[in-house]
Ligand binder design. Structure first.
Ligand SMILES: *[C@@H]1O[C@H](CO)[C@@H](O)[C@H](O)[C@H]1NC(C)=O
Ligand SMILES: *[C@@H]1O[C@H](CO)[C@@H](O)[C@H](O)[C@H]1NC(C)=O
Ligand SMILES: *[C@@H]1O[C@H](CO)[C@@H](O)[C@H](O)[C@H]1NC(C)=O
Ligand SMILES: *[C@@H]1O[C@H](CO)[C@@H](O)[C@H](O)[C@H]1NC(C)=O
Length: 296
């Protein structure tokens, strides 16, 4: 059993590292091409922090943007005091993604018949990048600005979209978290901004919501609240039962399960927690340090 888990992790993690290396290579070649499109190429890796990144079927990447609406502009930063005029949602996320994806989707004789764009990563062609937008300011006020700023990606056909009862996957799947307003996200039609569902409440009728991937491709929870096992000693049956239940609730609905705020220290405790979560079907783990995740 343990051997099987380790093998799947060993198989998965080099892909993760390859994905990152591929993006770096692409940025290098894009930069050396001197294309006028490339005003922000290196910022793609400087400012977008990959979050890990384990899935049973694919190895995919997720990046998270902490978004603040100030004076009609969306700024990026972990806290309001850290915002600077140059660090906007457009300059740090939308434009770099557009540049990279334009580079990945050259309009030439090889691609004229292609109906879906390539993703960010060469290694996993059609695999979308998940862009988590963590809304820090009022959800109802902020959402229209996010939708407006996403327009260049939308126009280029690069956003996963739910329209006319059909979910069409594209290169970037945008999932709102934090203060994202559920009621307004439900009303979006077409919808290319999705909602990070509450993983521990998918069966809670008081939320008056039918959770499915057309609204929520992802459901998340704070690991400390939902499980809480430190990774030291044995996990309790109740803690393990919670993991199994929450992952099962998500998977029954075709939704991926994510645990954030997992313990980071000590390393062996962190690894024990990751192992138990992966072993029990968690699709996404948060790891701020991609290198650490790749060495796991
Ligand atoms: C927002 O606008 C107000 C009034 O014009 C100004 O004082 C403030 O510095 C602006 N804040 C930012 C972050 O641009
Ligand atoms: C439940 O959701 C439906 C559809 O979104 C809405 O029409 C209804 O008013 C909601 N009911 C409650 C009690 O919130
Ligand atoms: C199981 O999850 C519920 C809901 O999040 C939580 O209230 C409870 O404390 C959890 N139980 C354990 C043992 O962590
Ligand atoms: C932890 O689990 C192992 C394996 O099931 C068992 O041998 C050990 O006695 C348990 N330790 C405690 C403190 O319950």
């Amino acid at each position: 059993m343990l051997a099987a888990i380790s093998l799947s992790m060993i198989l998965a993690l080099p892909l993760l590292v390859n994905a990152k290396a591929t993006v770096n290579n692409q940025i290098a070649s894009l930069e050396s091409s001197n294309s006028p499109l490339l005003r922000y190429p290196t910022q793609f890796t400087q400012n977008i922090v990959p979050k890990a990144i384990h899935s049973h079927n694919d190895c995919v990447a997720s990046v998270e943007a902490d978004v603040w609406l100030v004076n009609g502009t969306l700024f990026i930063g972990h806290e309001e005091g850290a915002l600077t005029p140059a660090r906007t949602f457009t300059s740090l996320y939308v434009e770099p993604l557009l540049n990279i994806l334009n580079g990945q989707n050259p309009k030439d004789s090889f691609t004229v018949g292609q109906t879906t764009p390539n993703g960010v990563f060469d290694t996993s062609g059609g695999t979308p990048l998940q862009l988590l937008v963590d809304v820090k300011t009022d959800g109802a006020q902020t959402l229209p600005f996010i939708l407006k700023d996403l327009q260049p990606l939308r126009e280029a056909g690069l956003l996963t979209t739910f329209a006319n009862e059909v979910l069409t996957q594209s290169a970037v799947t945008v999932v709102g978290t934090g203060n994202s307003p559920l009621d307004l996200v439900k009303e979006l039609s077409p919808r290319d901004y999705f909602f990070d569902a509450p993983l521990t409440q998918l069966t809670d009728p008081s939320l008056n919501t039918t959770w499915d991937p057309t609204l929520s491709p992802l459901a998340s929870t704070d690991y400390e609240v939902a499980v809480g096992w430190s990774g030291i000693g044995n996990i309790s049956e109740a803690q393990l039962a919670n993991i199994t239940k929450f992952v099962g609730d998500a998977h029954e609905r075709g939704i991926a399960a994510r645990f954030w705020d997992t313990p980071g220290w000590p390393i062996n405790a962190r690894n024990s927690v990751w192992t138990v979560l992966m072993n029990n079907g968690a699709d996404w783990l948060n790891a701020d340090d991609l290198e650490a995740a790749s060495e796991f």
